[in-house]
Design a protein around this ligand. Sequence first.
Ligand code: FPP
Length: 250
Amino acid sequence: MMNIFKKKTIIDSSKIDNNKIPNHIAIIMDGNGRWAKKRKLPRTFGHRAGVEALRDIISTASEIGVKNLTLYAFSTENWNRPKEEVSALMELLVEYLKKEVEELNKNNVKINTIGDIEGMPDYAGEEINNAKELTKGNDGLAVNIALNYGGRNEIIRGIKKLHKDLVENKINVEDLQPNVFSSYLDTANISDPDLLIRTSGEYRLSNFLLWQCAYTEFWFTDKYWPDFTGQDLILAIQDYQNRIRRYGGI
Ligand code: FPP
């Protein structure tokens, strides 16, 4: 398919095996604030640069045939940041969706969200729904944006939905298996991540996809998120392809 994404760095994907592309990649896009600080810029400039980096990653992931990309954009804990930074992040999200959704749609990208979307401001919720509605028929890369997302919060919400189905006899407690519980999570229709990437030299999960990462391969880089490029994504995938996944077996 012709790639019509506007901004695009040339990537060399010759070193990866096209038959072993991870189906689902999750990313903790960390280090925007430190990227800005290093340049004596306000933190919000770092987030803006982070959105630029995101463009390259979405276009690369789409081009090499990744099916799911789950991005940690705003956590349940991020509300504790100064209110100017919270508003700037919300505005960036809305601006990004407004500006990019047509192009994403043309490239067969489907926008999804995970997280407690009801807790998002109305104006953001509206833009999110527009983007989901416009792209719902696409079957290329699914970009799952985690908004007001926390793994523990998701598990508790899942338990509440499950409890309701148990009380209404829609499910038998004896039938509760891990795959059944997975279907009560926000990622119900998405396979577990094969590869999780975290930038900025931090080695934590920070409440991201706690249940889903049981057998995920992790890949870390010291680069701050705004410096992360499509070629870095290729590097992570190359490393992933050399791992042996045993899932507890031998
Ligand atoms: C972590 O950097 C990044 C975030 C909390 C937000 C990530 C958001 C974006 C990349 C842009 C908005 C997203 C979309 C989908 C348009 P940090 O601020 O924690 O950096 P620090 O650890 O260096 O302070």
